[in-house]
Design a protein around this ligand. Structure first.
Ligand code: INI
Length: 154
């Protein structure tokens, strides 16, 4: 019979870096709270979570790369908010952030999770930062926990 593998959501003994962009920080602060709360509730020690602030979503990938090469963290969580209504170059900022974050994971092998909200409106961003649409930061933390635990089994 085929063997099946999946990661559980245990944060005990795991270390995480959270990169968070200051741009739209009234939203990203909420994403950060959601991610930290999720990790701690799943057993990660507060001391094992380091937070790195960057100016905007464009600076997330290079920071993730630096941290991934440092090999200190089991997982890296990238948080940001790009809002179309207020961003003429929305498509460029959001797609480069997504591409760069994915590339860091592929090139380093460290689970590097995309938790950047890209929305048409401010209201949609608020919804995904802890209101009706849940909290994208907490979702990103769950994905990080799952991937880190899955990689332990590979
Ligand atoms: N950065 C964001 O994180 N979100 C945005 O909506 C945004 N807008 O609107 O432009 C944004 N721009 C800044 C960019 O990420 C860089 O910090 C800046 O270009 C300096 O490199």
């Amino acid at each position: 019979m085929a063997k099946s593998f999946e990661g559980n959501l245990i944060g005990t003994g795991k270390t995480f870096a959270i990169i968070v962009s200051r741009f739209n920080n009234f939203i990203t602060k909420k994403l950060l709270e959601g991610a930290q709360d999720c990790l701690v509730r799943h057993g990660t020690k507060e001391n094992d979570i380091d937070v790195f602030w960057v100016p905007g979503a464009c600076e997330i990938p290079i920071t993730a790369l630096r941290l991934a090469k440092n090999a200190k963290y089991n997982g890296i969580i990238c948080l940001g908010a790009v809002i179309r209504g207020e961003t003429p170059h929305f498509d460029y900022v959001s797609s480069e952030a997504a591409r760069g974050i994915t590339e860091v994971g592929l090139s380093t092998g460290i689970p590097t999770i995309y938790g950047v909200i890209a929305t048409d409106t401010l209201e949609q961003a608020i919804d995904r930062a802890g209101a009706r649409g849940g909290n994208k930061g907490a979702e990103a933390a769950l994905a990080a926990l799952e991937m880190v635990n899955l990689f332990d089994k590979i």
